[in-house]
Write a protein that binds this ligand. Sequence first.
Ligand SMILES: *[C@@H]1O[C@H](CO)[C@@H](O)[C@H](O)[C@H]1NC(C)=O
Ligand SMILES: *[C@@H]1O[C@H](CO)[C@@H](O)[C@H](O)[C@H]1NC(C)=O
Ligand SMILES: *[C@@H]1O[C@H](CO)[C@@H](O)[C@H](O)[C@H]1NC(C)=O
Ligand SMILES: *[C@@H]1O[C@H](CO)[C@@H](O)[C@H](O)[C@H]1NC(C)=O
Ligand SMILES: *[C@@H]1O[C@H](CO)[C@@H](O)[C@H](O)[C@H]1NC(C)=O
Length: 319
Amino acid sequence: MSAIFRLLALLTLVGLSSQRPGVLDEISMLEASNSTLLRYPTDFTQNIVPKAIHSHNDYWRDVPLLTALSFGVASVEADVWLVGETLHVGHEMAALTTARTFDSLYIQPLLSIIAGQNPKTQFTVNQTSINGVFDTSSATPLQLLVDMKTDGPSTLPFVLSALQPLRDLGYLTTCVSNGTCTPGAITVVGTGNFPAGNTPLDGILALSPRDVFFDAPLTGKLPSQREPLNSTFDITVSPLASTDYEVAVGWSGIGNISDAQLSAIQTLVADAHGLGIRARFWDTPGWPINARNNVWKTLTDNGADWLNADDLEAAATMF
Ligand SMILES: *[C@@H]1O[C@H](CO)[C@@H](O)[C@H](O)[C@H]1NC(C)=O
Ligand SMILES: *[C@@H]1O[C@H](CO)[C@@H](O)[C@H](O)[C@H]1NC(C)=O
Ligand SMILES: *[C@@H]1O[C@H](CO)[C@@H](O)[C@H](O)[C@H]1NC(C)=O
Ligand SMILES: *[C@@H]1O[C@H](CO)[C@@H](O)[C@H](O)[C@H]1NC(C)=O
Ligand SMILES: *[C@@H]1O[C@H](CO)[C@@H](O)[C@H](O)[C@H]1NC(C)=O
């Protein structure tokens, strides 16, 4: 008797569920349907929130650029080598290949991603601003650091010409000589001359309009010998200023930071912020993990604007 009752109850449930699927069933059915209701033009980076993380040696990752974007990383770095007339990307000469160029790893993918975020439709005919790579924050530029590994004055013209397709489409952050800057989808910054990186400051200062900027030397020296950024540097030249953490601060992340080390961070950050420039500390400890995280937290708590990271997934959890 009770077995029959249970069978009837079960049949009733099955009957009901076939009449009206639950919300999760409906989601599965829609997902399987490839319905046009579920897609929109700018969904390439759907749900990804940009974070002030710099992807150190981005080109080392299995999939450069895209892996960084997938974590919301808003700054990437390419080391470029001028060989003949081509800019190759890699950490050293021995790592270069004909396939891995500045154009193939960065320029072409960026052209395609940004074109995708700026569809030409009946709805965008009046739109004058350009959307950046992040769908959740279309006004946030992607910072592209270009570390010129070969002679600066000879390499810079090739970097400028490699950027031409992005420039032609109005994708680059640009400043004109009266100091007016127009934010673009990409802000290109040549990395400076302390102690590595050959971007020529004179070459950057000579650009007018300027759409490649200079990573200002926050300090290259011990804090006691620091030279504050001089009047050459303002946001029309340097949206970014960087320093070698190991040299400028040096706290390992284990035990307590000393007053002098903490003051070094705060002083350097204040130097940059006083000029409206963002501060980045590179060469931060990568391990032990706990020490790395202590350093990251101390830097961000004291105003550093970018986390310089090798492990992007871990850095993304700091936000
Ligand atoms: C889904 O729809 C798009 C555009 O309508 C089409 O290009 C694609 O091939 C479809 N995919 C599948 C798996 O049906
Ligand atoms: C574009 O601007 C025109 C002229 O103001 C207006 O008539 C039209 O509705 C606008 N289109 C959209 C998609 O906003
Ligand atoms: C600066 O120059 C740009 C373009 O040349 C112009 O649109 C802008 O109004 C100028 N701004 C000032 C403050 O002169
Ligand atoms: C400012 O500092 C930079 C880098 O240290 C240097 O190249 C430049 O000559 C300095 N400019 C002045 C006006 O002191
Ligand atoms: C580290 O700092 C904490 C909190 O200020 C303090 O309690 C502790 O004694 C310090 N440790 C050392 C080894 O100085």
